[in-house]
Design a protein around this ligand. Structure first.
Ligand code: NAD
Length: 476
């Protein structure tokens, strides 16, 4: 077995009890396996990060920026291997794997720039009171435990690692047991760049490894991306120690299509919003709200477009959509197809698993879905779209906001004043107007309501790893 844990600047084999079997979802066959980290190894990783903290947080920001640029560059050097690995382990079509890699590269480059600007942010504070001076210091929050999911392994980790390292934090990262090999690239790059030992540690494992990390008393912050169920456990672990936490959780996002839109263009955005990464996106726009005037025409074109999508093994054939990434996810999506049948939902496309090897399902469209339906309310995390019609703008806003989640939304309308008005009224963290889900490192990522706590990306992502200190002096 290859060493799959990077602790204190060295590679180690797992000493835990669990064997993690890594699969190719397009065939359902295993392609490698590794032993999970033991709780002692989690302790070692946290202790290494703690030892590395004093030197790393006082390293001049320009030097930290150089390492971050090194990460961006080295991801580029490993381009082909990382694209192939994501295609194999996640089932991503090539163009999606490329975009993920480019996103990770852009994230490290962006936070290198923010790190360079850090000294200028430590500035004097003008005081109204005479006889005093005050200055601000933005300091690293400390040792951060990071737990991430499997759907965008390079990206979710980059969104945490880059700002944390820029801020001067040291980290212990736990990737998902579904995709434990992709993020090992970050350890290999750290080793190649000569990043000081302990600054970046990676421990692989399942839920118990995650729990050992989130409950560890040696951390100063937890940053978690994943499901709401596990997110609330992580939040409880943080609460037990009164420790800050960032949570990026689930979604049930709306795409609102007004009858003045370009229907063909809207269909493209709707399809991308539910089939990218086979719908395994926290930001999947899985609730379609379409205005009465164009509903029949749009749903007919959408049905045709979903039917034409090429679903297949991206490693062997041209595919618009690959398999679901894990058998558990495939079974979960299949269980929602069964619920839809029990609920008597009207299915215009898909609604079934594919009768072939691997974990494939067909892109699915249910229409006139009641608000009480489980499929309307719950995050499915697959290519399953539920549609409803609306009459007025107010009704669209009310329907879109009628969710316990609040991650993102898309608005399609050629009336830009209306689109902006609706965007302002939506209770979410990010809205796209007449756009695919383009994510830029300069804008924030994160949700309202049950979709999370805190923000990643942009300066807000950096602030999540900083502690604000003020030094006030009496001039006597
Ligand atoms: P998950 O919650 O099952 O697992 C996430 C991580 O938590 C994994 O590394 C897992 O090993 C670990 N874990 C499991 N049990 C744990 C425990 N008791 N204590 C600590 N860690 C534990 O989620 P998943 O299935 O990997 O990912 C899918 C979910 O992630 C979806 O709900 C999706 O919406 C969400 N997600 C959110 C965002 C966002 O930015 N909001 C991005 C990607 C994914």
């Amino acid at each position: 077995m290859t060493p799959s844990h990077y602790i204190d600047g060295r590679w180690a084999e797992g000493q835990g009890n669990d064997c993690i079997v890594v699969h190719d979802p397009a065939s359902g066959q295993p392609f490698t396996e590794l032993m999970a980290a033991s709780s002692t190894q989690v302790d070692q990783a946290v202790a290494a990060a703690r030892r590395a903290l004093p030197a790393w947080k006082t390293t001049c920001a320009a030097d930290r920026a150089r390492y971050l640029r090194g990460f961006a560059e080295q991801l580029g050097v490993r381009r082909e291997a990382l694209i192939a690995l994501q295609m194999r382990n996640n089932g991503k079509p090539r163009h999606e794997a490329e975009i993920d890699l480019d996103d990770a590269i852009a994230t490290f480059a962006y936070y290198a720039e923010l790190a360079e600007q850090l000294p200028a942010k430590n500035r004097d504070v003008p005081l109204a009171a005479p006889g005093f001076t005050a200055r601000t210091r933005l300091e690293a929050i400390g040792v951060v435990g990071m737990i991430v999911p499997w759907n965008f392994p390079l990206v979710t980790s980059a969104w945490k690692l880059a700002p944390a390292l820029a801020a001067g934090c040291t980290v212990v990262l736990k990737p998902s047991e579904v995709t434990p090999v992709v993020e090992l690239a970050y350890g290999q790059i750290a080793e190649q760049l000569g990043l000081p030992a302990g600054v970046l540690n990676i421990v692989n494992g399942k839920a118990d490894t995650g729990a050992a990390l989130s409950g560890h008393t040696g951390l100063d912050k937890l940053s978690f991306t994943g499901s709401n169920g596990v997110g609330s456990q992580v939040m409880r672990a943080a609460a037990a120690q009164c420790r800050p936490v960032t949570l990026e959780l689930g979604g049930k996002s709306a795409i609102v299509v007004f009858d003045d839109c370009d229907i063909d263009q809207a269909v493209e955005w709707i399809v991308a919003g539910i089939t990218w990464n086979a719908g395994q996106m926290c930001s999947a726009t899985s609730r379609l709200l379409v205005q009465d005037g164009i509903a029949d025409a749009l749903l007919a074109r959408l049905q045709a477009a979903l039917g034409q999508l090429r679903v297949g093994n991206p490693q062997l054939e041209e595919a618009d959509m690959g398999p679901l990434t894990s058998q558990a996810q495939w079974l979960k999506v299949a269980s929602y197809f069964a619920v839809a049948r029990e609920e008597g939902l009207k299915c215009l496309a898909g609604g079934q698993t594919l009768d072939r090897e691997g974990w494939f399902v067909s892109p699915t469209l249910y229409v006139d879905v009641p608000q009480s339906s489980r499929l309307w309310c719950e995050e499915i995390f697959g290519p399953v779209l539920c549609a409803r019609r609306f009459g007025s703008e107010a009704e669209a806003i009310a329907l879109a906001n009628d969710s316990r989640f609040g991650l993102v939304a898309t608005v399609c309308s050629t009336d830009l004043q209306r689109a902006e008005r609706v965007a302002d009224a939506l209770e979410v963290g990010h809205v796209w107007i007449n756009s695919v889900q383009a994510v830029f490192v300069e804008t924030s990522w994160g949700g309202t309501k049950a979709s999370g706590v805190g923000r990643e990306l942009g300066p807000w992502g950096l602030a999540g790893y900083q502690s604000v200190k003020h030094v006030t002096q009496c001039l006597g």
